[in-house]
Design a protein around this ligand. Structure first.
Ligand SMILES: [Mg+2]
Length: 370
C-alpha cells in the first residue's frame, strides 16, 4: 500500500447550546482541521486535530499537514506508522522549527490517519489492532453538564439528568471563575444534589496562581472531589508538585502537554496523579501510547482528555490497561460515521474497522462549505 495524496479538510461543529465557557476559553464551535490520506488501494485514512474553530489558525494546521509533512509521505507505506512518525518528527526539517505547537497538532492528525488506515487495512477496529479486548469496561464521565457560563440551577439540573436518566456515575464541573467562593458554592450544591456516591471531578483550566490553588483547591476536599484538573499554569512541574504536597485532592493534567518527555517530568516529580494525554496535543496515537506506558509503569491511571477526541481515545482505552476512565463531550457525535456511544455510563465497544475518525455525509457537506 502506498500513499498517493493528502487532502486537507476543516470541520467546525457547534458546541452544546450554542456556546460554552471554562475559566480560560469561550467557544461556540469545536474545530477539527484534518486530513484524508489517500492510497493506491483506494482506501482512505482520516485524522484530525481539535481546536477552538479559529479558521485562520486551522488553516495553518492543514497547510502544515499538506505542504510541510505531505511531500515526506507520498509513496510511503502508511502501515509503517512508527517509522513514519520518527521520520516526520525527528528526521525532517520541521523538527528545527516545531517540536510543539501547530506542527505537533499537524503531526498528530497525520498519525491518527495512518493508524486509521492500518486498522482499516486489517479489517479491525483500532483497539483490536492495539491488542485490546471487547471484554474490557471503559467508564465514561460527562463534562457537558458543568460549564462555567451556565447558571448554577442549569448545572445542577443537567448533572441530575446525566446521573438519574442517562446512567453516568461521574460528572465534571468547571471551576476557576472570578469568585472562588462561588466555585465552592457550585461544587457544594452539585454534591448535595447528587449525593455521596457520585464522583465529581473539577477543572480550573490553568487559571489559578499557586496560592489561589492551595486555598481553593484545598477546600475542594470538603466535597469529596475526585480530582482537581489543571489547577495552575499547564507547564509548571514544580508548582504542581508544591500543590500536590499542600492539598489532599489528587491532581489531574495533561491536555495541554505536547511531549512524552514533558509528561515524564510531571510523573517523576510526583506532580500528577491522573494522567490526561490527548492524541491531538501529543502527536497522535503513537506518542499517546508512549505516555500511557510510562504512566502504567509508575502506577498512575490514564484518564484521557476528550473535548472531543473520544472517537480515537475510546479505542486506546479498550486497548490500554492503564486507561479505564474516559471523558465524554458529544460535540462530534452528529458528524462521524460511527460516533462513540455510551450506555449506562460505559463506552460501547466500537466495531467498525479503523480509528473511528471517518466523517459522515453531513460532515462532508460542512467541510465543503468551509
Ligand atoms: Mg480539562
Amino acid at each position: 500500500m502506498k500513499i498517493t495524496r493528502l487532502e486537507p479538510f476543516i470541520l467546525h461543529a457547534p458546541v452544546t447550546r450554542g456556546g460554552i465557557a471554562d475559566s480560560t476559553h469561550s467557544i461556540t464551535h469545536w474545530g477539527a482541521p484534518g486530513v484524508a490520506i489517500h492510497t493506491d488501494t483506494g482506501m482512505i485514512g482520516y485524522g484530525f486535530s481539535g481546536t477552538h474553530a479559529h479558521l485562520a489558525t486551522d488553516r495553518l494546521i492543514t497547510d502544515c499537514i499538506v505542504h510541510s509533512y505531505g511531500p515526506l509521505l507520498l509513496g510511503e507505506d502508511p502501515r509503517e506508522v512508527r517509522r513514519l512518525w520518527e521520520k516526520l518528527y525527528k528526521h525532517s526539517p520541521i523538527y528545527w522549527v516545531g517540536r510543539a505547537g501547530i506542527t505537533h497538532l499537524a503531526l498528530g492528525a497525520i498519525d491518527i490517519a495512518l493508524w486509521d488506515l492500518k486498522a482499516k487495512d486489517t479489517g479491525a477496529p483500532l483497539w483490536k489492532l492495539l491488542g485490546g479486548s471487547a471484554a474490557k469496561k471503559v467508564e465514561a464521565y460527562n463534562t457537558d453538564g458543568g460549564w462555567l457560563n451556565w447558571p448554577l440551577e442549569t448545572v445542577v439540573s443537567d448533572c441530575r439528568r446525566l446521573i438519574e436518566e442517562e446512567g453516568y456515575r461521574a460528572v465534571k464541573l468547571k471551576v476557576g471563575g472570578a469568585d472562588p467562593k462561588e466555585d465552592l458554592r457550585r461544587v457544594e450544591a452539585v454534591r448535595k444534589a447528587l449525593g455521596p456516591e457520585v464522583r465529581i471531578m473539577t477543572d480550573a483550566n490553568g487559571r489559578w496562581t499557586l496560592s489561589q490553588a492551595i486555598e481553593t483547591a484545598g477546600r475542594l476536599a470538603d466535597f469529596d472531589v475526585t480530582w482537581i484538573e489543571e489547577p495552575i499554569n499547564f507547564d509548571d512541574v514544580q508548582g504542581h508538585l508544591r500543590l500536590a504536597e499542600a492539598i489532599r485532592t489528587p491532581i489531574a493534567l495533561g491536555e495541554q502537554i505536547y511531549t512524552a518527555t514533558h509528561f515524564r517530568e510531571f510523573m517523576d516529580a510526583g506532580a500528577v496523579h491522573y494522567v490526561q494525554p490527548d492524541v491531538v496535543r501529543v502527536a497522535g496515537v503513537t506518542e499517546f501510547l508512549e505516555v500511557a506506558d510510562m504512566a502504567q509503569s509508575r502506577n498512575l491511571p490514564v484518564a484521557p482528555h476528550v473535548g472531543d477526541m473520544a472517537q480515537v481515545h475510546q479505542h486506546i482505552c479498550f486497548a490500554h490497561p492503564a486507561a479505564n476512565l474516559l471523558e465524554y463531550i458529544p460535540w462530534l457525535r452528529d458528524w462521524m460515521e460511527d460516533p462513540a456511544r455510551i450506555e449506562s455510563g460505559y463506552y460501547c465497544v466500537p466495531d467498525a474497522p479503523g480509528a473511528g475518525t471517518t466523517p459522515n455525509l453531513r460532515a462532508f457537506r460542512e467541510i465543503n462549505r468551509i
